[in-house]
Design a protein around this ligand. Structure first.
Ligand code: ZN
Length: 201
């Protein structure tokens, strides 16, 4: 049985999660938690999940992206996002550091805010350090979409949701995303975010 993904409004999504004691990583209970997170992410389907999203207030995240999950994107949209397959990664007690000053703005959504997406500005490149599922030190420097996923998931561990960072006027019901998913963020800005400030002709 997979755990349900908790939705915005549940306070577990708004509290900072606790660090995992390293000696706990080898326990059967912790392995079960990882399996449940991976199962819930794949079933959703999603490209990342943080433990609070299944109601567990611990600093653990999982990331995985596949060709199948990016199939709707044009080659150009894929390239601009830096989206590419990522083999499953489990990161315990992640610490995130931004690399360089380049920012990128794209639509993102959240399995805990079902049905909506919005434009969110994130760092283009990050390095994450933590422990893997065996408790070994891990460091991963990455740019593009995986860097966005990491920032989104680490935010969850601090009680932050993308809606706290989004351009509020870009909020889209998921069914409307097909209008925008293969267009540039600049176009979306002009038509949604900046629409009220454009002078009528
Ligand atoms: Zn999320």
């Amino acid at each position: 049985m997979l755990p349900p993904i908790v939705q915005a409004g549940d306070p577990v999504l708004r509290r900072p999660a606790e660090a995992v004691a390293p000696e706990r990583i080898a326990t059967a209970a912790f392995r079960e938690l990882i399996d449940q997170m991976v199962g819930a992410m794949r079933a959703a389907p999603g490209v990342g999940l943080a433990a609070p999203q299944i109601g567990v207030p611990l600093r653990v995240l999982v990331v995985e992206d596949t060709e199948e999950r990016m199939a709707a994107l044009s080659p150009e949209a894929r390239a601009s996002r830096g989206r590419r397959p990522v083999a499953l990664k489990v990161i315990v007690n992640p610490e995130l550091e931004v690399v360089g000053g380049v920012r990128a703005t794209f639509f993102e959504g959240c399995l805990s805010v079902r049905g909506y997406v919005a434009l969110v500005e994130r760092a283009r490149e990050v390095v994450v350090r933590g422990l893997d599922r065996e408790g070994r030190p891990l460091a991963w420097q990455v740019e593009g979409w995986p860097a966005r996923i990491l920032q989104h998931e680490v935010d969850h561990l601090d009680g932050t949701l993308y809606v706290d960072r989004m351009h509020a006027r870009s909020l889209c019901q998921e069914g409307e995303l097909k209008r925008w998913s293969n267009r540039s963020p600049e176009d979306v800005f002009a038509e949604l975010v900046g629409a009220a400030t454009l002078r009528p002709r």
